[in-house]
Design a protein around this ligand. Structure first.
Ligand code: HPA
Ligand code: ZN
Length: 338
């Protein structure tokens, strides 16, 4: 339809995509073979028989943690710098085709380091993918280092200290920090020392909160982390007072509608609070999260929202404007994107 053509052309900024979540089953099998990595045995885990059987399994995630168990197995095939570059480059090609002009992408170094991959290998590979996207597409890109909540906070501190010592934040090789993986269970403020240090150094901060967890996870990210953005944040609908605070403080939510349905946060896209956020003045961007696992990249999310909500051109212009405004880029670049 006409609006789909409009959505395709609309200049997009992506703020919530995990590079490891862009690993397709096809690339997973290729890299496993090349790197001699053993994936689960199809005898006992038949979903690992083929790319097709994995895609079928991905249609039936029961929760965030069910998804994460596949996500962590998937990324275990990444070993060499070239693997990381190839993965990032696959994402940027799809993002470019979907009309993404600026992308801020997450990565989970702790998981790779725990398997014996050097932090430098991970960052160098992902950075090479970013530079290629900048050069070939004129895209702007930023890497955001995510801490994972299911591993000890002391591991996260080690990675953070390493990134600081290398000067990665000063050089812009890494632009900001995030927090992801399991939500309900680990302490809500488990990275508060890291975030306090990041705040004092002027490092940008975001955090996953209010995806499966109640609004107190969002308040904790704002209070304990001084988080400038909230990734997901959909459970804000359970706290009108917190929603007012988010509006007043102009905190951007990075909403991932298809992810929310695939991980059973909502039964249908129409339940994602897109209309409510627009009406309340909550600023948000629309993002893909883990596109290789959830069956679609950013444009798929834009189109799914349109099908469910029938938004106006003015609504979409506002969403695009807020996505640009909420991006971690220089004012000059924002003006170019408008
Ligand atoms: N939530 C939490 N952690 C994640 C996600 C998510 O949606 N995707 C990848 N890591
Ligand atoms: Zn996410």
């Amino acid at each position: 339809s006409k609006i789909h053509g409009f959505l395709e052309k609309l200049p997009k900024c992506e703020h919530h995509v995990h590079l490891e979540g862009c690993l397709t089953p096809e690339l997973m099998f290729t890299l496993a073979a090349r790197n001699g990595i053993k994936l689960p045995d199809p005898e006992t885990r038949p979903e690992f028989s083929s790319a097709e059987s994995l895609y079928t399994r991905y249609e039936n995630f029961t929760s965030l943690d069910d998804f994460l168990s596949y996500y962590f197995i998937g990324m275990s095939v990444l070993k060499q710098q070239d693997d990381y570059e190839a993965l990032a480059w696959e994402y940027f090609q799809k993002a470019n085709a979907d009309g993404v002009h600026h992308a801020e992408v997450f990565f989970d170094p702790q998981e790779h380091i725990n398997r014996g991959v050097l932090y430098d290998t991970v960052v160098s590979g992902f950075t090479a993918g970013c530079r290629r996207a900048e050069k070939e597409y004129g895209m702007t890109t930023k890497l955001i280092l995510c801490f994972v909540k299911h591993l000890p906070a002391s591991d996260a501190s080690k990675v953070f200290d390493l990134a600081v010592e290398r000067g990665d934040f000063d050089s812009g090789v890494v632009h900001g920090i995030g927090a992801s993986s399991s939500e309900v269970g680990p302490p809500k403020d488990m990275f508060k020392e890291i975030y306090a240090t990041a705040h004092s150094k002027g490092i940008q901060r975001t955090a996953h909160a209010g995806e499966e967890g109640d609004p107190s996870y969002i308040s904790a990210a704002l209070d304990a982390y001084k988080s400038q953005r909230i990734d997901h944040g959909i459970r804000l609908i359970d706290s009108p007072s917190l929603m007012e605070r988010i509006v007043k403080d102009e905190i951007l939510l990075t909403v991932c509608p298809v992810s929310n349905v695939k991980l059973r946060c909502f039964d249908h896209i129409s339940q994602v609070p897109i209309r409510r956020f627009l009406d309340a003045g909550v600023k948000f961007s629309i993002n893909s999260d883990d596109p290789a696992y959830f069956g679609g990249f950013i444009l798929h999310n834009y189109c799914a929202v349109q099908e469910a909500f029938g938004l106006s051109i003015a609504d979409w212009r506002l969403i695009a404007l807020n996505s640009i405004e909420g991006s971690w880029i220089e004012q000059e670049r924002k003006l170019e994107l408008l």
